[in-house]
Design a protein around this ligand. Structure first.
Ligand code: GLA
Length: 349
């Protein structure tokens, strides 16, 4: 019989959009995401066995993958234990307003809220900077998705009003003030072939680095020894790193609208060199630009998901309408748009 009531801990963590720096994180490159206002909230209560409850309850006798969404929660407990931080069974209650399956990192939000609550519950002194890698480990090794470290870094480290410049090789960060108006356009395109294609892009980048004799594409000095698909994949990564640094420099100088063309260049590179766009993403970018956006690009892994457009506040409705009309003409499902302001990272509630 329990002597005292079990203590509960609640934490929340946000989804993210990536301003620029796509498919660079697992190549030791640069990314510039910011946290969304939409968050996932997790309450953990010590229990006799593992359980995770949202619209349904998943229970587990041991910390082994269940093949369900609950693995994002259980995986975090597994990663903490694997790293030598003992954490016993808990009951997790989950709620969220991060759109699911839209490429806005609802999974990272769930992992990072769980991690933040679990660290507090078990009284672990894990510094903030070491946390994204633990959440990423849960996703890579327990859930089985070979993602990089961007989403978990944004969800944990982001600050309100700032974009997060992250060097994915050194894990150095810089919080850069960002006051631009970003319209997020959820294309509602069904994610096609996402997992297999993501892994294929990752292996192509590794093959390109090894052909160049460098540990990762971050170290590539030139691409002249590559051709065909590997050249295009590597060219995306190296030009994208340059674009991230150029955007960071413009934002430091307060030249916000000037980043627009770099965003659009990023999309074209993802479309033609990295080949991770789909017609919905391409049409949304074209229509956003026609509607008056300074720049637009897909955000996240690709193959569906969202486009972001940098707009003047007064042009928000025009840009959204331009995309809606283009989607109606193309016979696509109606898109859903919202303005995202950079928000704060994971926190106890
Ligand atoms: C997904 C992954 C990230 C990153 C992006 C592409 O969101 O989870 O690690 O690789 O795709 O930039």
């Amino acid at each position: 019989m329990r002597v005292s009531a079990a203590r509960s801990v609640t934490a929340s963590a946000p989804g993210r959009v990536n301003l620029i720096g796509e498919h660079t994180d697992y190549n030791g490159g640069f990314v510039l995401p910011f946290a969304l206002p939409q968050r996932t909230t997790v309450t953990l209560t010590p229990a006799d066995r593992w359980s995770v409850t949202s619209h349904e309850t998943v229970t587990a006798g041991a910390l082994e993958p269940t093949g369900t969404w609950a693995d994002y929660v259980l995986g975090v407990a597994w990663a903490l234990n694997e790293a030598g931080h003992e954490i016993g069974p808990f009951a997790a209650e989950v709620s969220s307003d991060v759109p699911l399956g839209s490429g806005l990192s609802s999974s990272a939000a769930l992992e990072c809220a769980t991690l933040t609550a679990a660290i507090e519950l078990a009284g672990l002194g894990i510094p903030l900077g070491a946390r994204p890698a633990l959440a990423q480990r849960a996703e890579n090794a327990f859930v089985g998705v070979p993602c990089g470290i961007m989403d978990q870094s944004a969800s944990i480290l982001a600050q309100p009003g700032h974009a997060l410049l992250l060097d994915c090789a050194s894990l150095e960060t810089e919080h850069i003030p960002f006051g631009g108006t970003v319209l997020v356009i959820d294309t509602k395109a069904p994610h096609r072939l996402v997992d297999g294609e993501y892994a294929a892009r990752r292996s192509a980048c590794e093959a390109a680095a090894s052909a160049l004799g460098v540990p990762s594409l971050r170290q590539a000095a030139g691409l002249s020894e590559l051709d065909g698909v590997l050249l295009r994949r590597a060219r995306h990564v190296t030009t994208e790193n340059d674009r991230v640094l150029a955007v960071a420099e413009l934002l430091r100088a307060g030249q916000v609208r000037e980043i627009g063309p770099l965003m659009t260049d990023s999309h074209m590179s993802l479309r033609y060199d990295f080949e991770v766009t789909v017609p919905e993403l391409d049409i949304a970018v074209t229509a956003a630009l026609e509607g008056g956006a300074y720049g637009a690009r897909m955000t996240g892994g690709g193959f569906g998901g969202c486009v972001i457009a940098l707009v003047e506040p007064r042009d928000v409705a025009n840009v959204a309408e331009s995309v809606e009309n283009a989607f109606a003409r193309a016979g696509f499902t109606a898109p859903v748009s919202f303005v995202a302001t950079p928000s704060g990272g994971a926190a106890l509630v």
